[in-house]
Design a binder for this molecule. Sequence first.
Ligand SMILES: NC(=O)c1ccc[n+]([C@@H]2O[C@H](COP(=O)([O-])OP(=O)(O)OC[C@H]3O[C@@H](n4cnc5c(N)ncnc54)[C@H](O)[C@@H]3O)[C@@H](O)[C@H]2O)c1
Length: 256
Amino acid sequence: MILNNKVIVVTGGAGLLGKAFIKEILAHGGIAILTDIQTSLAQDFIDEIKVEYPDQFYAANMDITNKPSINSLIKDVSKRYGGIDCLVNNAYPKNKNYGKKIEDVSYEDFSENISTHVGGYFLTSQQFGIFFKNHKGGNIINIGSIYGTLAPRFELYKNTEMTVPVEYAAIKSSIIQLTKYFAQYFKKDNIRVNCLSPGGVLDNQPESFVRSYNSFCSKKGMLEPLDVANTLIFLLSDSSKFITGQNLIVDDGFSL
Ligand SMILES: NC(=O)c1ccc[n+]([C@@H]2O[C@H](COP(=O)([O-])OP(=O)(O)OC[C@H]3O[C@@H](n4cnc5c(N)ncnc54)[C@H](O)[C@@H]3O)[C@@H](O)[C@H]2O)c1
């Protein structure tokens, strides 16, 4: 069991990738803490997992943009399990106007989406970082995206409702640099910080889009949440204990 009772907090745990992360952490012997702004979004999943893993699983509301909410979660979990080993920054805050074409994005919406997403990842990293420093170390993994390093491939999104939001490029590139900053800052405190940048994940996208997307890939194309979770387990485990400050891209070659 590669995760050997490590206590791992996942933000945005009620979402598409979050649920797969929780399942894999549990399957590899970790203690998984599902946090979300609204855990009720995944109530059926939570009920099912609670029965399967009564001692290894806990779910609680936590808002990554709210310092008291983060600190009360840290206090609650560390008391319950005697410590915390890892934080997975995976939440995806967005306001109701997120994802418009560049001409239609207002300054206010741009700023709000950057502030909640980058600001939220900063705030959790800061608060968990302080906790880890006072408790002999820890491990932070930020979920980035290929669009943190790659120019948008707009042609893929033609004739679909989807796009690569301009905020997303700004957010995910910031998160890669934030990762390096925190990794450097906490290098001597036994805290490592890495970024995991997935390519597109299958989620009922139009077939024609998936086909075009896949033509850029090596063998599979768009990934399933489990494909990303497998790499997360490596970064959470001691197999990667000498890796810090890195951005690991998992995209079946899409960005090459
Ligand atoms: N799905 C993809 O194709 C893909 C690809 C690359 C990277 N990513 C990244 O992976 C991460 C997860 O993506 P997803 O597709 O699973 O998203 P999702 O929308 O399915 O889930 C995100 C979760 O975050 C929660 N959340 C939103 N605001 C929050 C806040 N303030 N505090 C706490 N939780 C909050 C939501 O309630 C939701 O449950 C994101 O960072 C995303 O950018 C996703």
